[in-house]
Design a protein around this ligand. Structure first.
Ligand SMILES: [Zn+2]
Length: 167
C-alpha cells in the first residue's frame, strides 16, 4: 500500500473515501459506483472494494486488477497497489469521476455528494465572512485550493457545484 499526496488538502480527502465514489462507467459511460467499503488507510479491506454499474451491469473487484511493482532491489521485489488521491479519478481503479467539470484552468471535482456538500458548505461560509476576516481554524476546509475559495471565483464555483449535484 502506498499513499502519494502533495499537500494537506489531499491528505484530508481521505475522509471522503469512507463513502462510495461516483465514477464514469468504463463500459457504458453512465454513472457507476465504486464501493469503498468504509475505506481507511489503516486497514484497507481490498477484497470488498469494487466498481458496479446498475445501468449495464459492469462489475469489477479491485482484487481482479493486477498489482504494480512498488519498489524493487537486487534481492527483492515488492508489489502492491497505489491508491492515488488528489486527481479527478477514483483512487483505486483510476476511473474518471462523475462529479467533474472544468473551471478555467482547473478541474472542479468531488468523489461523492458528501464531498460536494462539504465544498459547497465551506465556500458558502467564506461568502458569509466579513471583509477580510479569514477562517482561522485548521479545519479541512481552510486547506482548500486557493482558486476554489478566492473571492473572485466563489459565486461561480457554487453555481458549478449545483450543476454537478443535479447531473
Ligand atoms: Zn455501465
Amino acid at each position: 500500500m502506498e499513499l502519494r499526496s502533495k499537500d494537506s488538502y489531499e491528505t484530508s480527502l481521505r475522509e471522503f473515501l469512507k463513502f462510495d465514489i461516483l465514477v464514469i462507467c468504463p463500459n457504458c459511460s453512465n454513472r457507476a459506483i465504486v464501493k469503498s467499503d468504509n475505506f481507511s488507510f489503516g486497514k484497507p479491506n481490498e477484497g470488498a472494494i469494487k466498481v458496479i454499474c446498475v445501468n449495464c451491469g459492469y462489475n469489477k473487484r479491485l482484487l481482479e486488477k493486477p498489482t504494480s511493482v512498488l519498489y524493487a532491489t537486487n534481492s527483492k521485489t515488492v508489489t502492491g497497489r497505489y491508491y492515488v488521491i488528489g486527481g479527478a479519478f477514483d483512487p483505486f481503479f483510476y476511473l474518471p469521476l462523475w462529479l467533474k467539470t472544468d473551471f478555467e484552468d482547473n478541474t472542479l471535482w468531488a468523489y461523492n455528494m458528501e464531498h460536494l456538500n462539504f465544498l459547497r458548505g465551506h465556500i458558502e461560509a467564506k461568502l458569509r465572512e466579513r471583509n477580510g476576516q479569514e477562517l482561522s481554524n485548521k479545519s479541512l476546509g481552510s486547506r482548500l485550493p486557493k482558486w476554489m475559495t478566492s473571492k473572485r471565483n466563489r459565486e461561480l464555483i457554487l453555481k458549478k457545484l449545483s450543476e454537478l449535484q443535479n447531473k
